[in-house]
Design a binder for this molecule. Structure first.
Ligand code: GLN
Length: 278
């Protein structure tokens, strides 16, 4: 019988096309064995049953074909919360954690602010905000009812019972509702320009990624429609690509927003822009 150490060593070699072969192998083996990575480290001599080894090999082959690890395990961590993901939802990204941090900095702990997560997907932003700010009234909308089903499940699994979920094409079904904060990770990938064949994003829903011409069609619509859905003094934060900051700031200015600030990640890359509705 093969030990964890042997399985991981072989698998790491097998996944040489991945950016993180060892990590991928550990996450997949832990999922197959129903354990966590720390137990693999603590017990490298542990052996796996042949059925588990066969399952592991199947996952390794899918991973080699480019399938994202999170879709293979069905789980992704976001701000230390576990989120179920499937092919109907984008896999939550670390850069979106920065958007949530920026939002929480602007939402004091005790307030009952009304917060909208526009295009919630797996529910990552909505659930993370609701978990950190229990007094807030969080609404999460998505065009995809399949994504909303996943988001609802993720809220429940994280013990959040009071998010209001709504199917809507951006602001389409929100009528005259206003919020104190709108948070949005829209589709912003410029598909024709993206090097798709080499990329994991070809497995993710196009609806969640494809931002149209130069990746900014959805951003333009959201910014132009958002103003009347924000209470005076409220704000909007929108995630965007590293080269879309100028466009996003200009759109906010054109739509009468103030205090427009772009946030960068730890590598200095522009990731999101925040704007205040005066
Ligand atoms: N950050 C994602 C990527 O580049 C895109 C997410 C999005 O379009 N909202 O893969």
């Amino acid at each position: 019988m093969q030990t964890v150490r042997q399985l991981l060593r072989n698998a790491t070699g097998h996944l040489c096309s991945s950016d993180s072969p060892r990590l991928d192998a550990e996450v997949l083996l832990a999922a197959v064995l129903g354990t966590d990575r720390s137990r693999l480290y603590a017990h490298p001599e542990m052996t796996a049953l042949p059925t588990s080894v066969a399952d592991f090999m199947r996952l390794l082959n899918s991973r080699r074909a480019g399938y994202p690890v999170a879709y293979l395990t069905g789980l992704k961590e976001f701000r230390s919360l576990a989120f179920r993901v499937n092919r109907h939802t984008l896999i939550p990204r670390p850069e979106t954690e920065l958007l949530v941090d920026a939002a929480l900095e602007r939402i004091p702990g005790h307030t009952g602010a009304r917060v909208l997560d526009l295009g919630t997907g797996s529910g990552a932003i909505a659930v993370a905000v609701a978990a950190a700010r229990p007094h807030c009234a969080v609404t999460a909308v998505d065009l995809s009812t399949d994504a909303l089903a996943v988001a609802r499940e993720n809220a429940a699994a994280n013990g959040i019972t009071d998010i209001s979920f709504l199917q809507s094409d951006w602001f389409g079904n929100l009528r005259n509702r206003r919020f104190d904060a709108i948070l949005c990770n829209p589709p912003y990938v410029d598909f024709p320009r993206s090097a798709l064949p080499a990329d994991e994003i070809r497995f993710e829903p196009r609806l969640a990624l494809d931002g149209g011409h130069q990746g900014v069609d959805c951003i333009r619509i959201i910014i132009s429609c958002s103003f009347r859905h924000i209470n005076p003094g409220g704000f909007i934060i929108i995630e965007h690509a590293h080269d879309q900051g100028d466009f996003v700031r200009q759109q906010f200015r054109m739509n009468h927003y103030r205090d427009i600030i772009t946030g960068r990640d730890y590598a200095g890359i522009e990731r999101y822009t925040c704007a205040l509705r005066p």
